[in-house]
Design a binder for this molecule. Structure first.
Ligand SMILES: [Fe+2]
Length: 218
């Protein structure tokens, strides 16, 4: 199931995206763009799928042909693929992958003891729109041994530029003890990958939502 962009969320998203893009309205209505902080590159880790699930759309909670929903707290992650000049990057492939609510990845090398949640897609992809926008319906990331909750992201633009990074959850106590998070010593870089998840009002009852812009150097 492809997720339509909800109207209310989209309005809020555009407003926040403009704010985060540093758009400044000049007296004559001219927008001057400040330079954005590039999203820091982080390791893809060992669990990028070696075999994609049968369903690879942007709804990781509901797999095609599977009646059950994934366990976990449904979370909408949305944002835009942007250049550091603030301009949207359309037609970029955005991929995410993360462990399920039991801490298990869709990967044969994951030796976790708990059973996998077979209703969780584990991986999804979509193409950014003309405004650079993307959105995923997934679960709030959970911790697994040695890592704070995170979602892996990979972006590839139509001109072949790539960004591999990870998204973290604001206020998550385990962030302070995470080795990869600690490598981000510049507070602006931490800010760029740390997303506040709040009630997904107007999008889905009981779900969370957060905005994560993916910024590539221009
Ligand atoms: Fe991971």
């Amino acid at each position: 199931m492809l997720i339509p962009t909800p109207e209310i969320g989209r309005r809020g998203f555009i407003a926040s995206a403009l704010a985060s893009a540093g758009a400044v309205l000049l007296p004559h209505g001219i927008h001057a763009q400040q330079s954005l902080v590039p999203t820091p590159q982080q390791t893809a880790g060992p669990f990028y799928p070696v075999q994609f699930p049968e369903d690879i759309d942007n709804d990781l909670v509901q797999m095609r042909g599977v009646e059950a929903h994934a366990s976990g707290v449904v979370t909408h992650v949305m944002g835009r693929v942007l250049g550091t000049d603030g301009k949207p990057i359309p037609n970029a492939t955005v991929e995410i992958w993360q462990c399920d609510a039991h801490g298990r990845y869709l990967h044969p090398a994951d030796a976790g003891k708990r059973p996998r949640d077979t209703a969780f897609q584990g991986y999804g992809r979509m193409t950014s729109g003309t405004d650079g926008a993307y959105q995923f319906r997934t679960i709030r990331p959970v911790a697994y041994p040695g890592r704070t909750p995170h979602i892996h992201f990979a972006v590839r633009t139509s001109s072949g530029r790539q960004l591999v990074t990870q998204m973290y959850v604001a206020g998550e106590p385990l962030n302070a003890r995470d080795g990869l998070y600690a490598r981000l010593r510049d507070p602006r870089q931490r800010h760029a990958v740390t997303v506040a998840l709040t009630a997904a009002n107007g999008i889905e009852p009981g779900a969370l939502a957060g905005t994560f812009d993916l910024v590539l150097p221009t």
